[in-house]
Write a protein that binds this ligand. Structure first.
Ligand SMILES: *Cc1c(COP(=O)(O)O)cnc(C)c1O
Length: 231
């Protein structure tokens, strides 16, 4: 079994290589370590190797880890489904939320963001494969939502996030990521400060990077297989 250090090095290499192959700068692609189901010690080990951004899906699990690791200056990203009664804790404890897909959630996050903290960074989640089971707004709803969210004072809409339909077919992956890239460029005409395209996971990070991902969200390739089935 490979160690977290070896996995980290391998993931960094894959990102660098994918960036170089797409004529992009490796430093323009940010690695978000997805740490759902992992123990605080595993996150700590990765932090000590230089990883500072961690993504969590489940609020209570995340809050426990934030508490356990509060001696480290970690940047916490919330990437899971959001129920409206959970927005306050998210607004209080995270720097980023990738999974905002409706105005009501954005409004609550803005209202509940503590005045002592900088604005909360938001990505609008797009249901790019139009799956009934998936969260996210439809691509044709994104512009209106973005225009509305841009008016909220305590959040900053930074870009888009997607979880495409799982497939090992790299052409299908490329097709979906191209749709995201096109949508992102369209929206940037109205919102030039958008700078974040959060897409690509362990199995498709290279394809995502080839199509403009600026954040890849990586779990298993860093930590190994998850021990219980989630998402
Ligand atoms: C679990 C998860 C990931 C990471 O997936 P891996 O295949 O383990 O890299 C990325 N994004 C989201 C939203 C997730 O829930």
């Amino acid at each position: 079994m490979s160690s977290i250090a070896e996995n980290f090095q391998s993931v960094r290499q894959q990102i660098d290589q994918a960036a170089t192959q797409s004529a992009r700068m490796p430093q323009d692609i940010h690695l978000l370590a997805v740490s759902k189901t992992r123990q605080p010690d595993e996150l700590r080990a990765l932090y000590q190797l230089g990883q500072t951004a961690f993504g969590e899906n489940y609020l209570q699990e995340a809050l426990d880890k934030i508490e356990a690791l509060n001696d480290l200056p970690i940047t916490w990203h919330f990437i899971g489904p959001i129920q409206s009664n959970k927005t306050r804790a998210i607004a209080e404890h995270f720097s980023w939320v990738h999974s905002v897909d409706r105005l009501k959630i954005a409004q609550r996050l803005s209202e509940q963001r503590p005045a002592t903290l900088p604005p909360l960074n938001i990505c609008l989640q797009i249901n790019i494969s139009k799956e009934d089971s998936k969260a996210g707004c439809l691509p044709n709803e994104a512009e209106t939502l973005l225009n509305q969210m841009a008016l909220l004072p305590n959040i900053v809409v930074r870009g888009l996030m997607a979880i495409p339909k799982a497939t090992t077919d790299s052409e299908a992956q490329a097709h979906t990521f191209t749709q995201m890239q096109t949508l992102f460029h369209e929206l940037k005409k109205q919102h030039p400060l958008l700078d974040t395209l959060s897409m690509g996971m362990s199995d498709d990070m290279a394809v995502a990077i080839a199509h403009g991902a600026t954040v890849v969200r990586i779990g298993t390739a860093l930590f190994g297989p998850r021990h219980y089935p989630q998402n």
